[in-house]
Ligand binder design. Structure first.
Ligand code: AMP
Ligand code: AMP
Length: 350
């Protein structure tokens, strides 16, 4: 049974609140962003992962758990006591799981319902199609494969275990060898182009969509395989994997920007028809841009992405708009701060 939500604190003083997150992913910039906006912060770390938060001196308070299963009522009471507003990020969702996020009683920045739309591939596709985005074709069954495809098994965390094939035969060869018991996968048209991750921020207070920055990922071994000639790759039977190791900043061709703004705007608009408050705060469209400059969206992340990490001191784009260094973590804290000051906190909580 769902527990009652605590009553929202009535204070309009940002310093009466604490911005809280889990120690990994984008926690450093979220914590620093809270500080920069004059708010307290707190990080919850799994024992053994506190070091960066201590070393960089960004955390006002560090709580530790032995395991994420310890995210229990006691811990939530600690958060509620501190008027903590929890910021979800990629690792947060990975460690907590969607169910537990739905049941959280502590204040949560963002729309919880949007997680359903993002985590279910069919629903995600409906959303992006409604927003008129160009998506890679999806093949209903392996027998339909008639061109290079990328096969994604559910739970292939961080891109590890994806594979590329171009016939049904090749598909079954890899599947039966590597994933004989798994049947939850998607077969997507392989788009040849460069990956580009577009980092947006939409504030429900200002109703403005901002483009904060762009990145591309540094993936193992996809980003090193080109160092070996094709013939040697075949001889050594090397397969491509996409394990995320880091993120690299990108500045885009300026004439692409109008289209990127429109894409983000449509995604937000459609989300408002799909669920309650719709999508707000930071989000990311994960795209591949082809040589004909077609932009294919292969995924949406409905929260802060780690590709914003290179921009703790702001990006070339935020430098245009803001007088101060504006990271996505700080932009998020500013949204919360303004919501508190304007007595509109409820509008940014899910
Ligand atoms: P971690 O906390 O680093 O173990 O990451 C947990 C999950 O968050 C991973 O499975 C990834 O999906 C995601 N993640 C973490 N770091 C990054 C990153 N730099 N870029 C993209 N995704 C990331
Ligand atoms: P993801 O885990 O969905 O972020 O994807 C991991 C990597 O797979 C991305 O960096 C992309 O380069 C690649 N990828 C995913 N989908 C496609 C696609 N449809 N076509 C080409 N590459 C893709």
């Amino acid at each position: 049974m769902k527990k009652d939500q605590p009553i929202l604190p009535a204070s309009t003083e940002p310093k009466d609140f604490t911005i809280a997150t889990i120690g990994s992913h984008t926690a450093l910039q979220i914590l620093k962003g809270a500080r920069d906006e004059g708010m307290r912060n707190l990080v919850i770390c799994k024992k053994g992962s506190e070091r960066p938060y201590q070393s960089y001196g960004v955390a006002d308070e560090i709580l530790t758990v032995d395991d994420w299963s310890e995210w229990n009522e006691e811990l939530e009471e600690e958060l509620i006591k501190r008027n903590a507003i929890v910021i979800p990020h990629g690792s947060f969702i990975a460690y907590m799981g969607h169910e537990r996020v739905q049941d959280m009683r502590a204040m949560y920045y963002g729309t919880k319902e949007i997680l359903h739309w993002e985590s279910d591939r069919t629903m995600e596709r409906q959303w992006l199609e409604k927003a008129n985005l160009k998506l890679p074709r999806v093949f209903a069954k392996p027998e339909d494969i008639d061109k290079p495809v990328i096969v994604k098994f559910h739970g292939a965390g961080g891109g590890f275990g994806y594979f590329v094939v171009k016939t049904a035969e090749q598909f079954y060869e890899v599947k039966n060898r590597k994933y004989p018991d798994q049947n939850d996968f998607v077969i997507q048209e392989y788009i040849l182009g460069v990956p580009l991750y577009i980092h947006y921020f939409y504030s429900p207070l200002t109703k403005e969509l901002e483009i904060m920055s762009f990145d591309k990922r540094y993936e193992s071994n996809a980003d090193s395989i080109g160092r070996i000639k094709a013939q040697d790759q075949l001889t050594a039977n090397i397969h491509t994997s996409y394990t995320i190791v880091g993120n690299i900043p990108v500045v885009v061709r300026e004439s692409l920007l109008p289209q990127f703004f429109e894409m983000g705007e449509r995604v937000v608009e459609v989300s408002q028809d799909l669920c309650g408050k719709g999508l707000f705060g930071p989000f990311c469209l994960e795209t591949i841009v082809t040589r004909k400059l077609e932009v294919f969206v292969f995924e949406i992340s409905a929260r802060i992405v780690a590709g914003t990490n290179p921009f703790i001191e702001g990006s070339p784009y935020t430098a245009l708009k803001y007088k101060e260094p504006m990271s996505t973590g700080r932009r998020l804290a500013r949204d919360i701060k303004q919501a508190i000051e304007q007595g509109r906190l409820e509008e940014v909580l899910g």
